[in-house]
Design a protein around this ligand. Structure first.
Ligand code: MRU
Length: 357
C-alpha cells in the first residue's frame, strides 16, 4: 500500500491524491500553511488521513515557534492550530487531532521549548501508528460479517489512502481477504470528485482484490439483481445517536440497501465519533465549489456555461438505516453507540457478532 502521509527529515510527505491513479507523486511540505491547503484541496482526504496530516502539520508549524518558555510557546501554537482547523468542516478527525496535539503540548508546558517541539513530532508520528493499529482492529471485527464469496458494495474511498494505512471500510475487506475469504467489490465511482473510480478501484487492484467499478446510479440495479450481499462504507463524523455523515450519495445507498434487505455497515474508528453532537442534523456539511459538478474532475466541462449547480460534499444517513457501526472496540448497533463512551461499559455484551441477511 502506498504511504498516505509521512514525516521525514522535518517535512510532511503526502502522496498527491489529486494525481492518482495516473501518477504516483509525493509532495513535501515544510510550511504548515501548505499542509492546511493540501487538506483543503484534497491532496490528502479521508477523515483519519486528514487527522494524522493535521497533527503533523501542527508539529511542523511548532518547529518554527520562537518562544522563551512553555507558556509563550502555547500562546504561539494556538493560531497555528486554528489555521489548521479551518481546512475543512465535516471530518471530525481534523478537530480531534488538533485538540489532541494542543492538549499534549499543554501537558508539557513546564518542559524546555526544544523538548516540547520534539515531543510534538513524536506525538504526531505516534498518531499515525495508532491509526494503522486501530484500522487493523476494526478490520478484524468487521471481517466477521463477510462470508466467503460475498459481493460488497462500497462508496467513496475509505481505504488505505483515506487513513494512515490499511483503511476503515476497505480495511474490513482487506482483513476478510487476508483470512482467505474470496470477496468481490463493487465500487461506486462517487461523483463529483470520483474517489471511487480514481482511488478505490486503483487501491483494490493494487491489492489484488476483484473490483468492479460502477456509476453511482447503478447501485440499485445490482442490489435488485441480488448481486450485493453487504455494503460497507466509512464515515467523516458519526454522532451519539448513530447518525452517520459520509460522502454525498451514502444516504441513497443506505436507503436502497434497506429496501433490499442488505446489511449496511459503517466502519468508524472512535476518532471519527463525535459524542458531543446528539444527532445528525447538527453535523456541519461542507459545500464545495460548483465547478466540481459542472466539470468532470476539472478536465471537461459537462454543463452549459453559467449553469447553476449545488455541491454538498457529504450527507447524513440516519441511524435506522445502519446495521452496525464497526469500531476498533467491536461492532455495535447504532442505538448502543453512545454506551461505549463509558469506560465501565460491558463492551462484550454490546458487541454485534453476526447479522443475517
Ligand atoms: O471528501 P473526502 O474524499 O475527504 O471524503 C471522504 C469520505 O467521505 C470517506 O468515506 C470518509 O472520510 C471515511 S475515510 C476512512
Amino acid at each position: 500500500m502506498v504511504p498516505t502521509v509521512d514525516w521525514k527529515e522535518g517535512k510532511v510527505i503526502l502522496v498527491d491524491q489529486t494525481k492518482l491513479p495516473l501518477e504516483v507523486v509525493f509532495n513535501e511540505y515544510s510550511d504548515y500553511r501548505d499542509v492546511m491547503l493540501a487538506i483543503r484541496n484534497l491532496v490528502v482526504r479521508g477523515a483519519p488521513a486528514i487527522g494524522v496530516t493535521a497533527a503533523m502539520g501542527v508539529a511542523l508549524g511548532a518547529q518554527d515557534i520562537d518562544a522563551q518558555d512553555g507558556t509563550e510557546f502555547l500562546k504561539k501554537l494556538e493560531p497555528i492550530c486554528s489555521h489548521m482547523a479551518s481546512a475543512r468542516p465535516t471530518a471530525v478527525n481534523l478537530f480531534w487531532a488538533i485538540r489532541r496535539m494542543q492538549a499534549f503540548a499543554e501537558g508539557l508546558q513546564e518542559q524546555p521549548v526544544a523538548r516540547i517541539k520534539a515531543s510534538l513530532v513524536d506525538e504526531a508520528i505516534r498518531m499515525k501508528a495508532e491509526d494503522i493499529a486501530v484500522n487493523r482492529a476494526m478490520g478484524s471485527y468487521g471481517a466477521a460479517f463477510v462470508k466467503d464469496g460475498d459481493s460488497i458494495l462500497t462508496h467513496c474511498n475509505a481505504g488505505s489512502l483515506a487513513t494512515a494505512g490499511f483503511g476503515t471500510a476497505l480495511g474490513v475487506i482487506y482483513a476478510a481477504h487476508e483470512q482467505g475469504r474470496r470477496v468481490k467489490v463493487f465500487a461506486d465511482e462517487t461523483r463529483p470528485i470520483l474517489q471511487g473510480a480514481r482511488l478505490t478501484a486503483w487501491e483494490l487492484m493494487q491489492e489484488g482484490i476483484d473490483v468492479t467499478l460502477i456509476t453511482d446510479n447503478m447501485a440499485g440495479y445490482f442490489m435488485q439483481k441480488g448481486m450485493i450481499d453487504l455494503v460497507v462504507v466509512g464515515t467523516d463524523r458519526t454522532v451519539a445517536n448513530g447518525d452517520v455523515a459520509n460522502k454525498i450519495g451514502t444516504y441513497s445507498v443506505a436507503v436502497l440497501a434497506k429496501e433490499h434487505g442488505i446489511p449496511f455497515y459503517v466502519a468508524a474508528p472512535t476518532s471519527t465519533i463525535d459524542f458531543s453532537i446528539a444527532s445528525g442534523e447538527k453535523i456541519p456539511i461542507e459545500e464545495r465549489d460548483a465547478s466540481e459538478v459542472t466539470r468532470v474532475f476539472d478536465q471537461v466541462q459537462v454543463a452549459p456555461e453559467g449553469a447553476r449547480a449545488a455541491n454538498p460534499a457529504f450527507d447524513v444517513t440516519p441511524a435506522r438505516y445502519v446495521t452496525a457501526i464497526i469500531t476498533e472496540k467491536g461492532a455495535f448497533r447504532p442505538e448502543d453507540l453512545h454506551k461505549i463512551q463509558d469506560p465501565q461499559a460491558d463492551l462484550e455484551s454490546l458487541r454485534v457478532k453476526t447479522v443475517g441477511k
